[in-house]
Design a protein around this ligand. Sequence first.
Ligand code: ARG
Length: 561
Amino acid sequence: MDYRAYIAARLPAEGLTEREIAEAIAVPPDPAMGDYALPCFRFAKVMRKAPALIAEELARVYPTDGVIESASAVNGYLNFRVNRRGFAEDTLSRIQREGKEYGSSDMGRGKTVCIDYSSVNIAKPFHIGHLSTTVIGAALYRIFRFLGYRTVGINHLGDYGTQFGKLISAYKHWGNREEVEKGGIHAINDLYVRFNNEATEEMEAEAREYFRLIESGDREANDLFEWFKSLTLAYVKDIYAALDVTFDSYAGERFYTDKMQPIVDELREKGLLKESQGAQIVDLEAYGMPPCLILRSDGASLYATRDLAAAVYRKATYDFDKCLYVVAYQQNLHFKQVFKVLELMGKEWAKDLVHVAYGMVSLEDGAMSTRKGKVVWLEDVMRRCIEKAREVVSVKNPDLSDKDEVARKVGLGAVVFGALCNNKIKDIVFSYDKALNFDGETSVYVQYTCARASSVLAKAGEKRGMGCEIPALNAQEFELVKALADFPDTVRAAAADYEPSLIARYAVSTAQTFNKFYIDCKILQAETEELRSFRIALTEATLTVLTSALGLLGIGVPEKM
Ligand code: ARG
């Protein structure tokens, strides 16, 4: 049962819909206040009364029953107490019934969300900067799918631009097939870096010519380009496989080569195109933005031109209800401009485009920081995390049998969690020690909690607490039940705010709540059989929910640790 909806349906308050009331109901941080609370200042305007007075009046008339046992007013809040037994029974039976599906929903049925994430640049390194877009995007993909949306994951490859001309030039001067075949993306990157450091005027001109050759369909130039592209993709696909990240489309910038002209024509027809210093632009001064560049003076298209074509193509192909762009905040202006131009073109769906901006990730470890031509490759970060995970896991449990598998889950989990456990817009500094701290607010802490729950359940054997009588709940038990009951709302909120960190924080706090319960309450040695089965059921439900929460983030859960 949805307790918020239950309360809202019985609340005789004017001015807000039941749904708005339900959404306004929160869980007070201090459980002494109540189990749920409705802030009444929301009604003050419509009801023309002070919030405190409204809360008092509502408390007087609220029809308490066997589900909600009391309603009381405190400082403009209406606080509710639930019937603990009923609440626990309800929550646990739902988790038992729904299992892995608990927290999912069909709210998205019939709706499509396109998510543009990772969107790596061909022939450039997949470095730590791409970590956030990859893991935040992939988490949003899983979250929306869990809520019943059709999701389309798009890797808008950066496979268009002068860098390929440079690369071909560098390859012709300094490279050879064998070396590049062997070194893959690293060899390609070395060539690119060398070009940027050493290229002469002549080579720059040559690079422009090679780029033109790619554009005009020259066979050799295109073969080289495709080769560089396939080497890059082979490399990133290994990373995606390790992080369990998938895409439905790899239509990159190049894909839009023949789809830009219609956009340019439409802009012209609609009188939006203006010439400025030989270039074609859309003037956005009226909106306080610099102009959006559509065509350079030599007729070449730009990043924005391709994004305009991509948005139109996605709308036509997927008929999305929302199209998300998980891209660093450095591109705020770019997306504001692109969205505005589409709006000016009369695309009413421009309002459904969302730039999901995120902050920078850097490494605490100075020795690996970015220097000119020296980038921090994501694969190195991943490898180091797995190694370190192996160490900490071995110290904690020297007899562990499948150490490699556990180290992998723990190490990669730490990489993923590190990139999405904070509010996404914050710049973050990744620290290996902090990310792999068993006692911190970390994925390994949550994974360890799961392993602890698994071990309790293994010891409990056959006697799982299904269909047990619910005893009178103590504070720790009740807090845990409340945390578990909050999972579906947390998932919905994460989708509504495009904020997977809500689920990450939820997982940590629920793990903390479980550990309080675990330490304070005897589970297998409980005083009565009834209590024992109830606590086992609670442990099992916690494991189910934490596994789902981490799963949505892309983090696996080892059975033993
Ligand atoms: N490849 C770009 C970069 O690394 C990101 C592309 C984001 N997506 C887009 N539709 N513009 O900066």
